[in-house]
Design a binder for this molecule. Structure first.
Ligand SMILES: *Cc1c(COP(=O)(O)O)cnc(C)c1O
Length: 375
């Protein structure tokens, strides 16, 4: 028998979450962001559930090829554009739309031989200071692009640094709107946080109105709240799309003063029954999760105790047994996602214990974990 660890990808939840994104921006088209192999879920596994999106956005050319291989004929957007000149050949051949964020990418386009003019998304650095033309250089970039026979339609994009937090998006919106106001073309502005938190909001004045023809939801498709813990995924009506589950493969009964795991970081303050779970950091469960991190056993909440090791971690069964539950060898363990009884342990909660975000946990699901697709 293989190790009992398993990741399940929930297709109905993906559909629900895409619908939720659309409901937040009913007039916009939606890019389903599937970079990083669909945030660790697997592009091929999420494709059917997300194919009602208006397009797929990603960064790796091989991922774009995989989506075309699945039969997708609609838009695909390369969020970082091309990395070298010959990538443009693939863009022409596969009809990929691509971001243009720097002069070098315009140089490459100017030298590119193609019969099919490209649809491009000119990217503004409106304050994130990662990719894009600064507001001062944006118009010049547009003028250059607009003169190229290799370029068909020009759309506009920018990315928000604080859509999930207190600073918000208005400072960036004001700059973006000011510079692009009279330029023709579609706009693509909103990541998940901006889609949920700002699309519905009424702008204070026209200067910082959020108009996005194309939203770019990523993390919310995968059921994680972009602004946890201010809001939970349940608050936003999002459902978990990935469950990491395993089983208890041994139990130990320990007395007061006994220690658990490497480094003896946990010491029992009373007699306990602990369960050994077939899941460790080599499966993608964060080693930094401390004692107290929530875990579901048979769909009931309990806690991690001691250090996470490579292939195993340890959970406290004492309160569950005291409550009359018969948990032990073979009991189902849910590290995050949805348990057999329907109980949900949000990936955001586990991520918070690890000092990180749901994004990182889902992307770090290890190769060795078998994955199944289910409802
Ligand atoms: C990853 C990414 C997104 C999606 O971000 P989420 O926070 O996951 O919604 C949107 N736009 C760009 C440019 C990205 O790189």
């Amino acid at each position: 028998m293989p190790r009992p660890i398993l990741a399940s990808i929930h297709t109905t939840a993906l559909q629900n979450n895409l619908a939720r994104s659309r409901a937040a921006a009913p007039d916009a088209k939606a890019w389903a962001v599937v970079k990083a192999n669909a945030y660790g879920h697997g592009i091929e596994r999420v494709f059917e559930a997300l194919r009602s999106a208006d397009g797929f956005a990603l960064l790796d050319l091989d991922e774009a090829q995989r989506i075309r291989a699945l039969g997708w004929r609609g838009p695909i957007l390369l969020l970082e554009g091309v990395f070298e000149a010959r990538d443009l050949e693939l863009c022409s051949r596969l009809e990929l739309w691509h971001a243009v964020h720097c002069d070098e990418q315009i140089d490459m386009l100017a030298a590119h031989k193609t019969h099919v003019p490209h649809r491009v998304f000119l990217k503004m650095n409106s304050g994130m200071n990662r990719l894009g033309f600064t507001p001062e250089r944006f118009r010049a970039a547009w003028t250059r692009l607009n003169a190229l026979p290799q370029v068909d339609e020009i759309s506009f994009m920018t990315h928000f640094s604080d859509a999930d937090g207190a600073r918000g998006i208005h400072h960036q919106m004001r700059i973006f709107n000011e510079v692009t106001r009279d330029l023709p073309g579609e706009r693509s502005l909103s990541n998940s946080a901006a889609t949920l938190r700002h699309m519905g909001s009424v702008a204070l004045d026209d200067d910082d109105a959020l108009v996005s023809d194309w939203i770019r939801p990523g993390i919310i498709l995968y059921g994680s709240a972009p602004d946890y813990p201010e809001h939970t995924s349940a608050d936003w009506g999002l459902l978990p799309t990935m469950t990491l589950s395993s089983k208890i493969i041994a139990t130990q009964t320990i007395s007061t003063g006994a220690s658990v795991g490497y480094g003896s970081t946990f010491v029992a303050e009373h007699p306990m029954t602990i369960g050994i779970v077939a899941c460790g950091y080599a499966d993608g469960y964060p080693r930094v999760c401390p004692t107290g991190t929530p875990v579901l056993v048979a769909g009931q909440r309990t806690r991690l105790v001691g250090r996470v090791s490579m292939d195993m971690l340890i959970v406290d069964l004492t309160p569950l047994l005291a409550g009359g539950l018969s948990v032990g060898m073979g009991s189902e363990v849910t590290l995050w996602g949805r348990a057999g009884n329907g109980a949900v342990l949000s990936i955001d909660e586990v991520a918070q214990s690890a000092g990180t975000l749901g994004y990182e946990l889902m992307c770090a699901l290890a190769q060795r974990v078998p994955v199944q697709v289910q409802d």
